[in-house]
Design a protein around this ligand. Structure first.
Ligand code: WT7
Length: 654
């Protein structure tokens, strides 16, 4: 880490905004002045200008009972009407909302008019299945327009959705369904991934089936199935319904009612420091305000002419805020692509940029580093001259990847916005504003207007030097999480206990002499693999659920492409010592984790070791295992019960 920081600090390249860009940029420097003068008035102005209200609000923020905030709480609105109906009313029904491209090459342009029709019908259909405001709906779909339609249909009737990424296992899906007590699951027969059909409905069936581990009947009464791949699936007549049949039978008209600004919009599960994922709760008015504001200003959105593409899946917060809610609230035209970047060829993304004339591309550093490895010859074959802005999210972008992105993809012309935020923050918090900020490769730069942050030491004292510290958000913000579903205690303990009324993000950060912010990675037991958050505890508990495992320790080791890679150290029970070669056993354990949690959590390496490094109080010292995994000299081992164990482990790894 210290080598990285040193390296970052010597970054002295600067990219001032090109004059032509600055001249017609959406974000104006006055935003900063207005927010500094009166932060709450600033957000109230954004809420009034970017969101349509059924009942206007008169109150902005109530922070009298921290950390439980309310924003705009006497206002009412309908999020789906904001994303759809008001654009139709403005005569934009023929504007394309999504240029959808399936992985096999099927294409369709979905207009605002068509999306509105689909959402109204599905809102009626969900109501006819008994869903009422406040009921939770689980969504387990591929990255297809029906995913956005399903989310909006839920929002329209005030039923909070819980989208579960299509790569998660039956076990992960079931635990999320149970935690939220969802009554409906919306899924598809399958999705397309790497040239194959990834079955989804069978995973839903498995998740809902009673087994030894999950004997109780689930809360789910109905399963709605989008026909996507035509793969063979089982059917339970009394429980399962085809999406297209419900839609075609449903009434086309649906009146969008106003819901209170603090009505729950969605729950999205994310990993924390324990084995149990947290259901992050977001509400309506503040969330939509900040999602729309950041989408417009950070991405310089000109909705009449732009074709915007955020490559994230709807299963993650980036997909919620910057594929669905932000862009649709702003009346944007987006690209939505179902598949992987290298199917059927490594130029697929660039072909899509060329085909639709994409103007803004928002993606993750891990993707950029993968393309960098393949080489510039592939993107160079395509016309990328339509791109005028690039975005990055999910993990720190190293200056080398930044420069490559800037030159090879952005033609040296397009500004890059490196956006820091989290599932919990709901929307972008720290980022350059294009046309205003002089860019520095590798730095997320400054909090956006209306956001207040600080970097503090372990006692909460602001750090005055340029040393690294802990990133906090010092004032409540409109799209902040409102809690952890069903667990207010964990909400307080995780984010607020450490620094009182300041929000603790779990990230390390530092400021440089210009005051720009550099993110330094997680400071807790959370890993960041390809921009996806995974907890060491979650993977450890998946490993020890395998009968051959006695004990397990998981660390995130630096990886050139994915940022971090999951590396596991496992002690096999003596009763299973003869259960196959070490190579076989570690392959079995890698597959076991993928089956328990999902393929994203599959460890890159599983080392079978005789013992784990522990302190006298029995705490596993993951820091030392990280040294081993990253091939560094091993740190201080004096507090270990048995310092010799590290040389044994080290010899095994290297
Ligand atoms: C964690 C949040 C926000 C959508 C994607 C991930 C890391 C995110 C950046 C960035 C450095 C970043 C942080 C954060 N992170 N963006 N631009 N620079 N780190 O959402 O799964 O909630 O993860 O991702 O560590 O805490 P998430």
């Amino acid at each position: 880490m210290s080598k990285n920081i040193d390296h970052l600090m010597h970054e002295d390249r600067r990219f001032p905004p090109p004059a032509a860009f600055a001249e017609c940029a959406v974000a104006r420097p006055e935003l900063f002045e207005r927010a500094a003068e009166d932060r709450l008035q600033f957000w109230a102005d954004q809420a009034k200008s970017l969101v349509s209200w059924h009942t206007p609000f008169t109150r902005v923020l109530d922070w009298s009972n921290p950390p439980f905030a309310t924003w705009f709480d006497d206002g009412t609105l309908n999020v789906a009407a904001n994303c759809l109906d008001r654009h139709i009313d403005a005569g934009l029904g023929d504007r394309v909302a999504f240029y959808f491209e399936g992985e096999p090459g099927d294409r369709r342009a979905v207009t605002y008019g068509q999306l509105t029709d689909e959402v109204k019908r599905m809102a009626n259909a969900l109501e006819s299945l008994g869903v009422t405001a406040g009921d939770r709906v689980a969504i387990y779909l591929p990255h297809i327009p029906e995913a956005a339609a399903a989310m909006l249909a839920c929002a329209r009737i005030g039923a909070p959705h819980s989208v579960v990424f299509g790569g998660f296992s039956a076990e992960s899906l079931r635990s999320r369904i149970d935690d939220a007590e969802a009554t409906i699951v919306i899924t598809a027969d399958g999705g397309n991934r790497k040239g194959k059909v990834l079955p989804l409905k069978p995973i839903v069936d498995a998740a809902l089936r009673a087994t030894d581990e999950q004997p109780a009947q689930s809360s789910v009464k109905h399963v709605v199935v989008v026909q996507r791949c035509g793969n063979e699936i089982e059917w339970m007549d009394e429980r399962d319904h085809w999406w297209h049949e419900l839609r075609d039978e449903a009434k086309p008209d649906h009146v969008a009612l106003g819901f209170a600004a603090e009505h729950p919009l969605f729950i999205l599960y994310t990993s924390g420091t324990t084995g149990k994922p947290k259901g992050i709760l977001h509400t309506t008015g503040g969330y939509l305000t900040q999602a729309a504001f950041t989408h417009r200003n950070v991405f310089d959105l000109k909705p009449e002419s732009d074709v915007y593409w955020c490559t994230a899946d709807v299963g993650w917060i980036t997909g919620h805020s910057y594929v669905v809610y932000g862009p649709l609230a702003n009346g944007a035209t987006s690209v939505m692509y179902e598949g992987t970047p290298d199917t059927p060829h490594t130029g697929r993304w660039w072909e899509i940029v060329e085909r639709y004339g994409v103007t803004q591309l928002y993606t993750a550093p891990t993707a950029i580093r993968t393309f960098m490895k393949i080489g510039r010859a592939v993107p160079n074959e395509f016309d990328l001259s339509s791109l005028r802005l690039l975005g990055s999210v999910g993990e720190p972008i190293n200056p080398e990847a930044w420069m490559w992105y800037h030159e090879v993809i952005g033609g040296g012309r397009a500004p890059i916005v490196d956006t820091w935020w989290q599932t919990e923050t709901g929307a972008i918090m720290i980022s350059a504003l294009p046309g205003i900020t002089t860019l520095k490769p590798g730095s997320a730069q400054s909090p956006i207007p209306g956001i207040a942050i600080d970097i503090v030491d372990d006692n909460g004292t602001p750090i005055s030097t340029y040393d690294g510290g802990l990133l906090t958000v010092t004032q409540p913000w409109p799209s902040m999480l409102r809690g952890i579903w069903g667990d207010p205690g964990r909400f307080i303990e995780t984010y607020w206990q450490k620094f009182g009324s300041a929000y603790f993000a779990g990230d390390g950060a530092r400021r440089d002499s210009d005051g720009d912010v550099w993110l330094l990675g997680r400071v807790d037991d959370v890993m960041n693999v390809s921009g996806h958050r995974l907890s060491t505890a979650e993977i450890e508990s998946a490993l020890v659920s395998n009968p051959m495992v006695a004990e397990a320790a998981v660390v995130g080791a630096a990886d050139d492409v994915t940022g971090q890679a999951v590396v596991a150290f496992v002690i096999i029970k003596s009763s299973h010592a003869d259960g196959g070669s070490p190579a076989d056993q570690s392959a079995q354990l890698r597959a076991h984790v993928a089956q328990q949690i999902g393929a994203i959590a599959r460890p890159a390496k599983v080392y079978l070791v005789p013992e784990l490094p522990k302190t006298r109080s029995g705490k596993i010292m993951r820091r030392l295992l990280r040294d081993v995994a990253e091939g560094r000299p091993i740190g201080d081992t004096t507090t270990l019960t048995d310092p010799a164990i590290l040389s044994v482990i080290n010899a095994q790894v290297h």
